[in-house]
Design a protein. Structure first.
Length: 93
């Protein structure tokens, strides 16, 4: 069994309040959770308007499947119009 953990650091340039940030993050969390069947949470920078740290976890018996899922999530976030991916860290356990 392989457990994959992906942490991403995001910049949300158009946010002017925590309420704006939450609406942008919530949209992405819901979509990515539903599309890729991963556990996801906002794990850092909770009080900053324009920054967010998100963590994704997936489990599978195949390492390639775990890596593919996490790379697809990175691709989605990298091509999102309302957030900018500024950092990432992927771990396989």
């Amino acid at each position: 069994m392989v457990i994959g953990l992906l942490r991403v650091d995001l910049l949300i340039p158009d946010c002017n309040s925590l309420k704006d940030k939450r609406s942008v993050i919530k949209k992405h969390l819901h979509y990515l959770r539903k599309t890729y069947n991963v556990a996801v949470a906002e794990t850092g920078n909770n009080d900053l308007w324009r920054r967010a740290e998100l963590s994704f976890i997936t489990i599978n018996s195949l390492k390639d499947s775990v890596e593919r899922t996490l790379r697809q999530i990175l691709h989605e976030l990298d091509h999102a119009e309302d957030v900018q991916l500024i950092g990432e860290k992927m771990e396989l356990l």
